[in-house]
Design a protein around this ligand. Structure first.
Ligand SMILES: [Fe+2]
Length: 274
């Protein structure tokens, strides 16, 4: 039928429901060749740092990094790869391209993107690279943002990250407000241990989640190294909650439409501004 009573596409509505119910969606990347090419460059940069020959088996190389690299050597290697990756003009456009259809449906098509694509590496039994339970909005990030989180190897069990589903997350504030110290000593991980969802994401898929929800990771007790990329996206015209994490500092406008550009540059004629 040509007529419609809805402004929203049914597929987008279904995705929105999934995001609201779970706090995240996991989908195939939109461009697998782009992910493979990005991963190949990450492997090349890691080999460059160590003076290794670049292997053909990228998956095996990344998963078994801990067999060749000590925990104390991991951060210099990570920084070398992170800097090399972010120096490429294609880094952020290609990263967005991996999840463009989900981001378009969940956030919008006029976007601001975090200035860098972050890289995390968690080797088995490395206590130093765990990320304690937190919500990004607690460190002054905008509640309008989502995180595009993409593993470079299969992640599962403790090799994956965890998130607190929205229904349980809605009880956090209330429970903390009843604590005598306002929640400063509240052990969030212990309190919600049974509620966290560990999100298995095979290589080739991307996870888009709301960092309003409590999330983090624990010591990787699998026998494989975890590698993942993440970057934050928000609507271009959403508000920001801090001077530090705002447009121009933490985020860059990336996809303004022409009408918005015209509007932003418009200056009313003299005498018409009152
Ligand atoms: Fe986070």
């Amino acid at each position: 039928m040509a007529l419609t009573d809805s402004f929203i596409d049914p597929a987008e509505q279904a995705l929105a429901k999934e995001f609201l119910d779970n706090g995240y969606v996991v989908k195939d990347v939109d461009d697998r060749a782009a992910l493979d090419a990005m991963r190949a460059e990450i492997v090349r940069l890691a080999c460059e740092h160590r003076g290794d020959v670049v292997p053909d088996d990228h998956d095996g190389f990344l998963n078994t990094l801990h067999e060749r690299v000590a925990i104390t050597e991991i951060n210099p290697l990570r920084l070398h790869v992170f800097n090399g990756l972010n120096q490429h003009a294609w880094c952020r456009p290609t990263y967005l391209k991996l999840a463009r259809s989900v981001i378009d449906a969940v956030v919008g098509n006029e976007l601001a993107m975090q200035n860098k694509v972050n890289l995390s590496i968690q080797m088995p039994r490395d206590e130093t690279s765990t990320l304690a339970v937190h919500a990004d909005v607690w460190s002054a990030e905008t509640p309008f943002e989502v995180v595009e989180w993409t593993p470079l190897v299969d992640v599962y069990d403790t090799k994956a990250m965890y998130i607190l589903p929205p229904a349980a997350n809605r009880t956090v504030r209330e429970r903390m407000s009843h604590m005598p110290d306002g929640g400063k000593t509240f052990d969030l991980f212990a309190a919600y241990k049974d509620d966290f969802q560990w999100i298995a994401v095979p290589y080739g898929k991307t996870l888009v989640f709301s960092p309003i929800l409590l999330h983090g990771n624990v010591r990787n007790d699998t026998d494989e190294t975890r590698w993942s990329l993440n970057c934050r996206l928000t609507g271009l015209f959403t508000p920001y909650t801090s001077e530090e994490k705002c447009l121009g500092r933490f985020y860059t406008p990336i996809t303004p439409k022409v009408a918005s550009r015209v509007g932003m540059n418009f200056k009313p004629p003299e005498g018409f501004d009152g």
